[in-house]
Design a protein. Structure first.
Length: 225
């Protein structure tokens, strides 16, 4: 198995069918959905869509670690349920990892909707990723399973587990950023407003750098589903 795609879910019945349909039938790729206790039919739809399924305590880090534990692929790709990855994107991940030059990587950020504000947000995020190695989970982080295990996986904390993993990956070996193939949902920006969401995210990141505990930051971050 070349690649395992791990998807953490919580009440994602609106998103999981179309995501799994887009991943169906790709050779040497398996999909594992790790649910955090959905109250809707997310798990049933995941099974119907051909994914392997498991259940874990709620929390992205916890769920992603559990999915990774069951993975049979040489490379792990961690994907949000509201993201969409093209088959070309999957191929680019596999091809990058087959070179043996990288321990992992991520995609440049691309929004699923057009608009000057969202394009600006994506542009800033991509400069941030390129020059400061700041990458989040909505950019489809992927990593060689061997290195993921050596790094002891995600820290099981309520926020910043994605940034923390990528930071440790960068310290461990060379990573790559892939330009095209993955789009992320703009639903949080659309619901909360572009300016507020951006300023709030920068504020929380700054507090995290100042060692404010993630469980405190999570209270300000909220949850959009």
């Amino acid at each position: 198995m070349d690649l395992t795609i791990v998807i953490p879910t919580l009440n994602e019945s609106k998103n999981i069918p179309s995501l799994l349909a887009s991943l169906s039938g790709i050779p040497k790729v398996e999909v594992i959905v790790c649910d955090g206790g959905s109250m809707d039919n997310t798990l049933e739809l995941a099974k119907k869509g051909g994914a392997g399924t498991t259940v874990a305590r709620q929390g992205r880090g916890v769920q992603l670690n559990e999915g990774a534990r069951l993975a049979g692929g040489k490379t792990l790709l961690f994907l949000h349920a509201d993201s969409r990855i093209a088959r070309e994107g999957v191929s680019r991940v596999i091809e990058a990892m087959e070179t043996k030059e990288y321990i992992g990587g991520a995609f440049y950020l691309e929004m699923d909707r057009a608009g000057a504000g969202l394009k600006f947000i994506a542009g800033v995020a991509n400069l941030r990723a390129r020059f400061f190695n700041i990458v989040y989970g909505d950019q489809g982080i992927f990593v060689d399973k061997k290195y993921f295990q050596e790094l002891n996986g995600f820290k099981e904390m309520p926020l910043m587990e994605d940034y923390d993993l990528f930071r440790r990956m960068k310290a461990r070996g060379q990573t790559v950023l892939i330009e095209k193939g993955l789009s992320t949902s703009s639903r949080r920006w659309e619901k909360e407003g572009i300016i507020f969401t951006t300023l709030r995210n920068w504020f929380l990141f700054t507090l995290y750098q100042l060692r404010v505990q993630p469980f405190v930051l999570k209270k300000w971050y909220g949850d959009i589903r």
